[in-house]
Design a protein. Structure first.
Lengths: 329, 395
């Protein structure tokens, strides 16, 4: 208990940082659920591919820590772009391979879930076996820095050096903390505006509300579904870079745990509710941190899983209620 | 069975639902009909022969199917334990249509009961531990099922997934349960050494008795694993009998009705919640039994043995084989467990291959390799109706 009180500020800030990442990944679950009422189980792998894209950019550019600020910003932006592109691409691929046929045939949810679980494991394994796979093409040696020790942790060399900005309650808040929380909030506002104001956003809301009526009004449902997956993927890509800036390592199977937690965040905020995703992320990040301070850090994941089970049982509509369609312009 | 034209919008449903997708051309009922058309004594003789063959497998060491690199008895035990798990999960997923992604949790509870009470905290007899393990898992199945079975189908999958991970993490973090280093010296089944059985040795197509390589009948040791396989096989036969009786009973029909359309079943007077809970508990029972056998064969367990991916492999076994058909899921379990053991180097690719298989099957053949007979019949009726409707349109 005293540990919680003495480190309250630190726990709060790191909880918010974690929560920001959870919230951004949760968007992928929330958007797809809002439009299709399906759990996009493989979204965690979308995030994982984005994180590797960011790592590979820094490997390819090879920028040393402590470079000039414009160079650092340039590399980070490049990594962000790469992560967003790869994540968006994987999300579109997922829609094409795992969902499109089932959506067209109006298959039951359970079949779509099994399809997504299969896709999730196949994608994770592809990343875990990437050294073997490039070996088939005889590229093993050329691509060595990218595929080396495929089953181990892959480190991200952050070109931006972590610096303390100001101290509150015994904890020095760093520039990375601020960047992560601010960019998550900014992206969430941008997405909210996108869904409220643009034509595509209107389409997303229409399909979420009543997909048949939307189709009758001239909304191209398939295009909207693709757009939804793409937007979710882009947000996961951004989350991947932010995560790496703070935690520094990724792994072929890192997606699973983060995915379950992000899904928890989405359900906590009210699945299908875009604003709820960030709120749910923050609440989950804080709950995890406070919880592990109280009962021991090895129970961190158990706290998250218990929270998930308890919400699903007692308040499956989440904090803000679940609806993408009800977010009116 | 089927309510005519399939409404595409069944909420929780696997079932009739599992019946769409492209159809295979040949008549798979033909062999079954020919066998069931035989006179009764011949049929029983055939079945008896098959059973004897199954028991003799580790002794025969047939060249093509036996594994050169590992003890064939051990491989057969692994396959048998997957078959057992698949039969249990089939009740939950196949009969009742509930997707359980935390099935490994029950497997773990069974294994941990035997290990903790048989080695780490007490030295109870194996004969006492097995029923206890089964009792604990069944109770935990009811405890988990009672609150969770009220949530909708896809949420149930996520809740059970969370439950499976909570079990593993609890074992990992609790000193009393052996924590990360696991538990050694798990009790083995008591041995009754009766007589010795020689293995066969093959040279080309001729077989010789190999008098140097003998299995002591019912000596549960470390080196020779054939007795564990015989034990597991016996359990499978018992479970198969129980499974058959359950399926043909009122309970089996209630499960099927619930899976097909919960609301309709409820209206017809089926207490669906009670039957879902029963399915969950029966599944947990078999999962726990299988876990207990696994632990007493292995002699050592740690939380690593109960990863989530095991749950996914179990689901893959059931879905690949054909959820709801016990012969289908047995085939699925054999595919999932045996191929990696037979072909070295396949082990690494196992999850990739079965992940992709789940993806492809869900899209193109959600009813699995061998779908249940009633699903096939429902499918045929659906097709007939469709043909009739088309005919009416044209007229």
């Amino acid at each position: 208990m005293s540990f919680l009180i003495n480190n309250f500020v630190e726990l709060t800030v790191t909880g918010l940082v974690l929560g920001a990442v959870y919230g951004l990944v949760a968007l992928g679950y929330t958007l797809v659920y809002g439009v299709l009422q399906l759990i996009n189980f493989a979204h965690s792998e979308v995030w994982m591919f984005g994180s590797f894209a960011a790592v590979w950019v820094t490997v390819a550019v090879g920028v040393a820590p402590g470079s000039a600020l414009p160079v650092v910003i340039g590399v980070l932006l490049l990594a962000l772009l790469a992560a967003m592109t790869v994540s968006g691409g994987v999300a579109l691929l997922l829609e094409r391979v795992a969902y499109r046929r089932l959506i067209r045939l109006d298959a039951p949810k359970l079949v779509a879930l099994i399809s997504a679980i299969g896709a999730s494991f196949a994608l994770a394994e592809i990343m875990g076996l990437r050294d073997r796979i490039v070996g088939w093409f005889g590229l093993r040696d050329d691509l060595d820095p990218y595929v080396r020790s495929a089953r181990d942790n892959t480190r991200f060399r952050n070109p931006l050096e972590t610096e303390g900005l100001f101290t509150v309650g015994g904890y020095t808040v760093t520039n990375v903390d601020v960047i992560i929380i601010v960019s998550a909030v900014v992206m969430m506002i941008a997405l909210d505006q996108f869904i409220r104001r643009t034509r595509t956003g209107k389409g997303i809301r229409a399909v979420a509300q009543d997909s048949e009526a939307a189709a009758l009004m001239g909304v191209n449902r398939n295009r909207i579904i693709r757009a939804t997956f793409l937007v979710g993927g882009i947000m996961a890509g951004a989350a991947a870079l932010l995560y790496l800036m703070r935690f520094g390592v990724t792994r072929w199977n890192a997606g699973f745990l983060l995915g379950v937690k992000a899904f928890t965040a989405a359900v906590l905020g009210g699945i299908g509710n875009v604003r709820g995703a960030l709120l749910g992320g923050f609440v989950l990040g804080l709950a995890e941190n406070y919880g592990s301070a109280l009962i021991g850090s090895e129970w961190r994941d158990v706290v998250a899983f218990l929270l998930l089970v308890v919400i699903l049982l007692f308040r499956p509509t989440g904090l803000l209620g679940e609806s993408l369609g009800r977010a009116r312009a | 069975m089927t309510s005519g034209k399939a409404s595409p919008d069944t909420e929780s449903g696997s079932a009739r639902s599992m019946a769409w997708g492209p159809r295979l051309g040949w008549d798979r009922g033909a062999l079954a009909r020919r066998v069931s058309g035989l006179p009764k004594p011949v049929k029983w003789a055939l079945i008896g022969l098959l059973v004897v063959l199954l028991y003799a497998l580790p002794l025969l060491e047939i060249p093509i199917i036996s594994t050169p690199d590992t003890d064939f008895g051990a491989v057969l035990f692994t396959v048998a334990s997957y078959v057992l798990v698949a039969l249990g999960l089939n009740i939950v997923l196949g009969y009742a249509g509930l997707l359980d992604l935390g099935y490994v949790g029950f497997y773990a509870i069974g294994a941990y009961t035997v290990a903790v009470l048989g080695s780490l905290q007490a030295q109870w007899s194996w004969w006492l531990l097995i029923p206890l393990a089964v009792l604990f898992t069944t109770i935990s199945g009811v405890l988990l099922g009672a609150p969770t079975l009220r949530v909708r189908g896809d949420y149930l999958a996520i809740v059970t997934l969370g439950f499976g991970e909570i079990i593993r993490l609890t074992a990992l973090n609790t000193e009393w349960l052996g924590a990360a280093k696991g538990i050694t010296g798990v009790p083995r089944p008591p041995s009754v050494e009766l007589f010795e059985l020689p293995h066969l040795q093959w040279e080309g197509a001729t077989a010789f008795l190999d008098l140097d390589d003998k299995t002591t009948f019912l000596f549960f040791g470390v080196a020779d694993q054939a007795p564990y396989y015989w034990l597991a096989l016996t359990v499978i036969f018992v479970i198969l009998g129980a499974d058959r009786m359950l399926r043909l009973s009122r309970i089996g029909r209630a499960w099927e009705a619930t899976r097909e359309d919960e609301d309709a079943a409820e209206l017809m007077g089926v207490p669906t919640f009670k039957f879902k809970l029963l399915a969950f508990a029966s599944g947990a029972f078999i999962g726990g039994l299988s876990g207990a056998l696994f632990a007493s064969r292995q002699g050592f367990i740690n939380p690593e043995s109960f990863q989530l991916l095991l749950s996914i492999l179990f689901v893959a076994a059931v879905v690949v084989g054909g959820a709801g058909n016990r012969w289908g899921v047995i085939l699925g379990a054999i595919v999932v467990a045996y191929l990696p053991e037979r072909f070295r180097g396949f082990e690494e690719w196992r999850l990739l291959v079965f992940g992709a298989a789940l993806l492809v099957l869900a899209n193109f053949r959600p009813q699995g390799l061998i779908p249940p007979r009633r699903t096939r019949r429902a499918q045929a009726v659906d097709e007939q109706l469709e043909a009739l409707e088309e005919g009416a349109d044209r007229a």
